[in-house]
Design a protein around this ligand. Structure first.
Ligand SMILES: [Zn+2]
Length: 280
């Protein structure tokens, strides 16, 4: 291992274990609360909270997964959106099954990937209907800041639905793309270039400030193998289709370091206890 990679690796371990030490663990009583997981794209449920879902299902706690978009935007130049959306729906159901969530508890809303915000009102109504029909006590929702636009839109849509439903619920927000800063992943570009240095330093500072919001965590060490197995079912995101070198996968992001952010044994959440406003 090169010197800079070793320093990054040690810094990352120190940072992640400091984050875990300072975060409050979700205890068993909270793990036993029925949950609904919102995934902007198929794979976010496993990356962000797959270990927590597995632990809940071990306790036989009801969990539903809502896939908000159809995932058809991941490789639009290489596969027609209709094909990609069918493929990703199949993968979503297979991964959910490995997480212990039966197909009857999976909801594929099918909004077009990358264009969720254009369907905001319809999406809010669909989420309101789900919250009213199933009355989950905990919601797992993507974190908005520094994320892909569909992640931000999903967060906004669920919070607006919750405001309309007006019931007490705990929201646990999980990050995906916003973990991409040093020391979680390598720095890009030439280290000696001042502009690169400024950009990387700004990204690290922003990341560290945001990470201070993630004060709740779940120790998922004992279910990491199951989490990896579930993620592997999202084959279109993990393997090059027919070996095509143009087919980019999650393993390519930051030389694989990004993917490892989700397998170090803890899942972190920003917790919001939503209390209904009084009806006047
Ligand atoms: Zn996503």
């Amino acid at each position: 291992m090169q010197g800079s990679a070793l320093i990054r690796d040690l810094s990352r371990q120190a940072f992640r274990s400091a984050l875990a030490r300072s975060a409050r663990r979700l205890d068993e009583a909270e793990l036993r609360r029925p949950a609904m997981v919102f995934a902007p794209h198929p794979d976010d449920e496993t990356l962000g909270c797959g270990g927590t879902i597995l632990l809940k299902r071990r306790l036989d706690v009801p969990v539903r997964i809502v896939f908000v978009t159809d995932g058809s935007g991941s490789h639009p130049e290489l596969l027609p959106p209709e094909e990609l959306s069918k493929l990703r729906a199949r993968e979503a159901l297979e991964a959910s099954k490995l997480l212990g969530v039966d197909t009857s508890r999976v909801h594929l809303l099918g909004f077009p990937d990358r264009y969720l915000l254009e369907h905001r009102e319809e999406a809010i109504s669909r989420v309101v209907a789900l919250l009213e029909a199933h009355r989950p006590e905990q919601l797992f929702v993507p974190y908005a800041a520094g994320e892909n636009p569909d992640h931000g839109s999903t967060c906004l849509i669920v919070h607006e639905a919750l405001r309309r439903v007006n019931r007490p619920v705990t929201v646990l927000e999980y990050a995906v793309w916003s973990w991409r800063y040093w020391p979680n992943v390598r720095r890009d570009g030439a280290l000696w270039d001042p502009r690169t240095w400024v950009r990387n330093t700004a990204s690290t500072v922003r990341g560290l400030v945001r990470s201070s919001a993630f004060r709740t965590c779940v120790n998922v060490h004992e279910v990491l193998a199951g989490k990896r197995a579930a993620l592997a079912r999202h084959t279109s995101q993990l393997e090059r289709r027919h070996g095509d070198p143009r087919w980019v996968t999650l393993r390519d992001v930051d030389g694989g370091e990004f993917l490892e952010c989700f397998f170090d044994g803890f899942e972190f959440y920003r917790r919001i206890d939503f209390n209904p406003r009084p009806i006047s």
